[in-house]
Design a protein around this ligand. Structure first.
Ligand code: PHE
Length: 355
């Protein structure tokens, strides 16, 4: 057998054993490389006469082409397999069927928190948060509530240790402290959140929700507080006018302090908010006490402002005609189906808050 035939046989037996791209590259340089078998044969041609050389050369070229073709084909094969493997690994199953039943509902309290946040964001308030487990200091002392102050008993506090140093916050007011200690004035925040008191009946639950408001700047007055609350109540209850009254009150952390009532009446068994001769207490408020500012490193000679706190559950009950507070926390799906909201119906001031 001539040398070129040997080459082809040698190639074919080695080619059949190829397992990967590396093997193939090695085989390629063994046969087609600069110092490979084919080049070696071409170099040998010089010793042949012209006639023999012609036949030899054309045979050798034929073999070279054949080997090149086989190698390229195999290489493509390896590359395609690589891509297919990769695609298999990175495959995303987009065939998950959609759910045809709408099971989830937004709890009225969550809905009302979204509504409130939207209303206050319109006038420049941002939302702040704090933990449910608070220090006694943030919940009482820093808020100007001395050790023997009756407010401590009034709040029916759940303490978490014997020394009464940690507790479940009894109001959202400690977030005033956290916010002011954490930054520099001005402050303009609302704080929706869970609060706890040892109390339970038709209108009180041991866990309930409050909304705190705090606005501190150089010349914030009681007038701003009134304007702000008036705007909020009108927007929230979606009424044009609201009857509102401020009654003098007392909180250790505000001076002066007030409680705010809104007017209402009952018409055809339904409550109408904003008019009528009955009064409903909805929140406590006042000008932040200078001691609270001092406790949070805010200079009371330069800065002043208001704070308010209201019960969110109560607002939700009034707006959506829910009459037992305890139902909020019983996870009764029939109740939630009735009073809950569509998850996609996010409240904004532009689209309307509730529909
Ligand atoms: N923290 C008070 C309460 O829970 C409400 C309040 C907040 C009053 C801020 C005045 C200022 O009753």
């Amino acid at each position: 057998m001539s040398d070129p035939d040997n080459i082809l046989n040698g190639f074919e037996s080695k080619f059949s054993l190829i397992k990967n791209k590396d093997d193939l590259q090695n085989l390629k340089s063994e046969f087609l490389g600069k110092n490979g078998s084919i080049s070696f044969q071409f170099k040998k041609m010089g010793s042949l006469n012209p006639e023999e050389r012609k036949i030899f050369a054309s045979k050798l070229n034929e073999i070279k082409n054949k080997i090149t073709f086989e190698i390229e084909k195999k290489l493509k094969n390896f590359e395609n397999n690589e891509i297919n493997e990769k695609l298999k690994d990175e495959k995303v199953d987009i065939t998950l069927p959609i759910r045809t039943t709408k099971n989830g509902k937004i709890h009225p309290v969550s809905q009302v928190i979204d509504e409130i946040s939207s209303i206050f964001s319109e006038i420049g308030f941002s939302v702040a948060e704090g933990p449910d487990v608070e220090s006694e200091y943030n919940n009482f002392t820093a808020l100007n509530t001395p050790e023997d102050h009756p407010a401590r008993d009034m709040h029916d506090t759940f303490y978490l240790d014997k020394d009464k140093k940690t507790l479940l916050r009894t109001h959202t007011s400690p977030v005033q402290i956290r916010t002011m200690l954490d930054g520099k004035p001005p402050f303009k925040i609302i704080v929706p959140g869970r609060t706890y008191r040892c109390d339970s009946d038709q209108t009180h639950a041991p866990m309930f929700h409050q909304l705190e408001g705090l606005h501190i700047d150089k010349d914030i007055t009681m007038g701003h507080l009134k304007g702000c609350l008036n705007y909020f109540i009108k927007e929230f209850f979606e009424v044009k006018k609201i009857k509102m009254r401020f009654r003098p009150s007392h909180f250790p952390f505000t001076e002066p302090s007030a409680e705010v009532d809104i007017g209402y009446k009952i018409e055809n068994g339904k409550i109408v908010i904003g008019e009528g001769d009955k009064w409903l207490e909805i929140l406590g408020c006042g000008m932040v006490h200078p001691n609270v500012l001092k406790n949070t490193k805010v200079d009371p000679n330069k800065f002043q402002g208001f704070a308010f706190g209201m019960g969110i559950d109560r607002l939700a009950m009034l707006k959506y005609g829910i009459n037992d507070l305890r139902a909020f926390f019983e996870t009764d799906y029939r109740w939630l189906n009735h009073f809950g909201f569509d998850p996609l119906d996010v409240p904004t001031n532009y689209r309307g808050l509730s529909r």
